[in-house]
Design a protein around this ligand. Structure first.
Ligand code: SDX
Length: 432
């Protein structure tokens, strides 16, 4: 940490405090305000944390102005082009790309954890058939805490590692079963001869009555989507996982909390909302009206899949997914008019001063649904796909935080503007 500092002075009391400033390896420096309250009896005020660094991390770096995303220093474009989801999982968890032996050992461990406790199947029957799969994911993933008592000591590195591998390995099984339950089809068991993505596709679309043949185009497209969704520094769901973890909660409960946060349409739920918006627009001719509505402050309509707290340039993931759309749809012989609507909507929006002045660009969710739909994933499973990809990011951040000695429990303060102290009034004397 450097010996630079910032000086804060208060106009009312004239008091001054010096606050240490730390530089990262890249990106904005930070002002350390940990002693501010003790030294000045003041809090900082930053709803939504627009200017707040909640932690130090070595996992992912985003440059919002330049549209840069690095996983452990590797550009997302290179990982999407050359890597696999499991290799990216290893990179995010352990910090380096694996050697062949390291990867083989990791892949074997994940493969051997893809089955879930047989008792977990009973949870599905407690849901309505039309339950949203994210509701099932929140419940079933949280319930894993009830089955894996052998690995819940968060201060034991071996328990942390086996929990991480279990979560990465079991999420596809749990997710696919949430789809099968809705379909009224029997659950398949994982097949250890298949790779991570292929195994998931078979669990999703395979049936006991016949062998399932994985379409390599579909597998490659889903592999790339999982890589692109794997991590994104301190986004809302990852911050939830860190906050939950800071209380000492077990990793399964923390990931379940992350899934719940991701579900929101302002976050991971946007991919499902984008497809519904594109369907509502219906045709290129209706785009103008949609843009007008999204610019109207009195209309709650938002251009879903547009805008980002950090990216004030094109989301690099959106660029990769948009390029993949054509390849995947052509390879599958799918002609989806929604792609044309999306492309024209982007083209028109990016010419609007409203979007230009606010630096609103397509984000990861704008095009991902086009590919998910083309490979046969039902729309209410889109956010589950996001959760599948992001599980490793949540776990990597949880592990990074828990490994730190003396991690403080997260406990923000507030600016209180409620009633000042007053005495209780018996009901007979209260005025209507
Ligand atoms: C993800 O954080 C992450 O990293 C998330 C994520 C990840 O990988 O984890 O990248 C994944 O969540 C992507 C975002 C998916 N959400 C959407 O696509 C929903 C639509 N987008 C908006 O809800 C919004 O852009 C957010 C929530 C994504 C970001 O909101 P901010 O940063 O809090 O910005 P804001 O809401 O304050 O908007 C600034 C201005 C406002 O206008 P003014 O008050 O200045 O007049 O831009 C406007 C907003 O009204 N605006 C939009 C808009 N997004 C912002 N107007 C119309 N359509 C939009 N989509």
């Amino acid at each position: 940490m450097s010996n630079e500092h910032a000086t804060l002075s208060f106009s009312d009391s004239g008091k001054q405090v010096e606050l240490p400033v730390y530089k990262g390896s890249i990106g904005p420096s930070v002002v350390d305000i940990r002693k501010l309250y003790k030294d000045t009896d003041h809090f900082t005020f930053d709803p939504g944390f627009l200017s707040t660094a909640s932690c130090e991390s070595k996992i992912t770096y985003i440059d919002g102005e330049k549209g840069v995303l690095l996983y452990r220093g590797y550009p997302i474009e290179q990982l999407a082009q050359h890597s696999s989801h499991l290799e990216v999982c290893y990179l995010l968890l352990y910090g380096e790309l694996p050697t062949k032996d390291e990867f083989d050992q990791f892949q074997r461990s994940i493969t051997m954890h893809t089955m879930v406790h047989e008792g977990l199947k009973n949870f599905y029957n407690g849901f309505r058939r039309d339950a949203h799969p994210m509701a099932i994911m929140v419940g079933v993933v949280g319930a894993l805490s009830a089955f894996y008592h052998d690995s819940l000591d968060i201060h034991n590195p071996e328990h942390r590692e086996v929990s991480a591998h279990r979560l990465i390995a079991k999420m596809p099984t749990i997710a696919a079963w949430s789809y099968k339950f809705a379909q009224g089809q029997p659950f398949l068991y994982p097949d250890n001869r298949l790779g991570y993505v292929e195994n998931f596709l078979r669990l999703m679309f395979g049936v006991p009555a016949q062998d399932y043949e994985v379409n390599p185009v579909v597998a490659k497209a889903l592999e790339r989507l999982f890589i692109l969704h794997a991590d994104h520094e301190q986004n809302a769901s990852t911050s939830t996982v860190r906050l939950a973890g800071s209380s000492g909660a077990n990793p399964f409960a923390c990931i379940s909390a992350g899934i719940g946060t991701l579900w929101g349409p302002a976050h991971g739920g946007a991919n499902e909302a984008v497809l519904k918006m594109l369907a509502e627009i219906g045709s290129v001719g209706n785009i103008e009206n949609c843009i007008r509505r999204s610019e109207n402050p009195d209309d709650p309509f938002r251009l879903m899949g547009f805008g980002h707290r950090v990216y004030k340039n094109y989301d690099p993931r959106a660029k990769i997914i948009r390029e993949s759309c054509h390849d995947v749809l052509n390879a599958l012989g799918v002609d989806d008019p929604m792609l044309e609507v999306a492309l024209r909507l982007e083209e028109k929006a990016l010419k609007e001063d409203y979007f230009i002045s606010r630096k609103l660009y397509p984000n990861v969710d704008f095009y991902s649904g086009i590919i998910l739909k083309a490979i046969g994933i039902p729309i209410n499973m889109f956010t589950v796909m996001f959760a599948l990809g992001r599980t490793v990011g949540w776990i990597a951040h949880w592990m990074e935080m828990i490994k730190e000695p003396n991690t403080p429990i997260g406990r923000p303060r507030q600016l209180y503007t409620g009633p000042t102290p007053r005495d209780y009034v018996p009901v007979a004397r209260r005025k209507g």
